[in-house]
Design a protein around this ligand. Sequence first.
Ligand code: M6P
Ligand code: ZN
Length: 201
Amino acid sequence: MDPKLDWPQVLRLEPRTGVVERGGVAGSRRLSGLAGLFSDREAERAAIAAGDPVVYDGMTAPIPMLEGHVGVATTRILPGSVGSEFYMTHGHVHVRPEGETYTCLSGRGGLLLRRGTSVVWIEMEPHFVGCIPPGWWHRTYNIGNEPFVFVAHYPRLSGHDYAPVIEHGMGARVFKSANAYAVVPDAGMRLDMDRGIGRHV
Ligand code: M6P
Ligand code: ZN
């Protein structure tokens, strides 16, 4: 093996922007890349036509794509909404049955997880870590007025499967409301708002 791929390294994350200071691959997702996922299709179409804003961006650290390695990726979701539904990531499930953690670096957001008819909402603020078990679909939302930035740690080969979320949705949506935000489950879904704790212990 190339010794460079097997050597320890240190990364510094800029908490306000999600920049990985020792390099990495940057990417971003515009609203057109999320077309069909927001509930207000008319507002979605209008915002794409009016300039197709960037909804989130991030950086993937230079960790080798090899068995056993732990990936590090930042995501910054900008503040905003489509209609009254907050800006969010696409959402995915891992191709391999492997978990992941999301640690909030700045801003206010939330992690929505789904397995079958169970949906869990974990509110995220700095110093909180959302733990995603294997097999749970996951999406994040920005529920604040500033960028919401978090860092993901995941098995480097876990992979992204986007199809289930496109086909079935996440089982709940997160909207602006008089109380700051409301998590609204789809019909037939059971929603756990208790930061994801308490049901299984
Ligand atoms: C996190 C990680 C990444 C993921 C990103 C955006 O940083 O889970 O692997 O790509 O969020 O989420 P999505 O792929 O659903 O757009
Ligand atoms: Zn993931």
